[in-house]
Unconditional design. Structure first.
Length: 259
């Protein structure tokens, strides 16, 4: 049986044979802008009975399967405050926004400029204003969560965009505790995190917030940082913050505060 070949598969094969360089980063950015995320209309996506109108891209990436995986381990409810770290096209943020209502809030972090473009369109399609308006329960933060404030760069990559100082796109990183302080949150019920290897630094930067609010935490920790998969350090960090841990076969770490 032949494997299904598509433009994404072909591009990955080609990418493996191009040395890391400025040219490779330019080609990556062109690919993700022209093929991976090019808008070709809209479609309806159903997440556990909640229907959303979203941008349909050339490669039809809606991340529904990933969203359903998260929702095995959490159930956002009225009034909840949620951090969506690595919001991508905003589907999880949209779902949470619907569930938490006007009394709740979603803090959506996304730094990839191509993803941000589609995320904003998805908010507009679902009549959710980013700021102000009748129901401003999604706050979009265009900064990466880190353990200190600094400038960096990312390698454009759709759902796999990752911090890489050798890349071309400038981004701002900031300590999560400082961002939460500025937002003047009174509660925090859930942190969902999928940020391609930055999760250890992000959690370190959120220590004060985690200790204060004791939210449930879901971290996709199957990423590599400095050649090491991040799950072990993520678990050690959260265990040190007095959390009970469970890890799935896909290395999703589910952390709940000890009673």
């Amino acid at each position: 049986m032949h494997k299904k070949i598509n433009i994404y598969t072909v591009s990955n094969l080609i990418s493996k044979h191009i040395p890391n360089s400025k040219l490779k980063e330019i080609l990556r950015a062109m690919f993700y802008k022209q093929f991976y995320s090019r808008s070709i209309g809209t479609k309806i996506v159903d997440i556990k009975g909640e229907r959303f109108k979203i941008v349909k891209t050339l490669m039809s990436i809606d991340n529904k399967a990933v969203m359903l995986e998260y929702l095995k381990y959490c159930s956002p409810k009225k009034g909840d405050v949620v951090i969506d770290a690595g919001s991508f096209y905003g589907i999880f943020s949209l779902y949470c926004s619907r569930k938490i209502g006007p009394a709740g809030k979603v803090i959506a972090f996304e730094i990839d400029p191509i993803n941000l473009k589609i995320l904003r369109k998805n908010l507009m399609l679902n009549k959710i204003p980013e700021k102000g308006g009748a129901s401003p329960n999604i706050v979009l933060v265009q900064k990466g969560l880190w353990n200190r404030r600094e400038k960096s760069r990312i390698s454009i990559g759709g759902s796999g965009s990752a911090i890489s100082k050798n890349s071309l796109v400038d981004v701002e990183l900031e300590k999560g505790d400082d961002i939460i302080k500025k937002l003047k949150l009174k509660r925090l019920d859930l942190i969902k995190m999928n940020i391609e290897g930055a999760e250890i630094q992000a959690l370190r930067g959120l220590k004060r917030t985690i200790m204060r609010f004791k939210p449930k935490i879901i971290v996709w920790a199957n990423h590599s940082y400095n050649g090491e998969i991040t799950d072990k350090k993520v678990k050690a960090l959260l265990k040190g913050l007095n959390y009970n841990l469970k890890t799935t076969k896909d290395l999703i770490v589910i952390a709940e505060p000890k009673k």
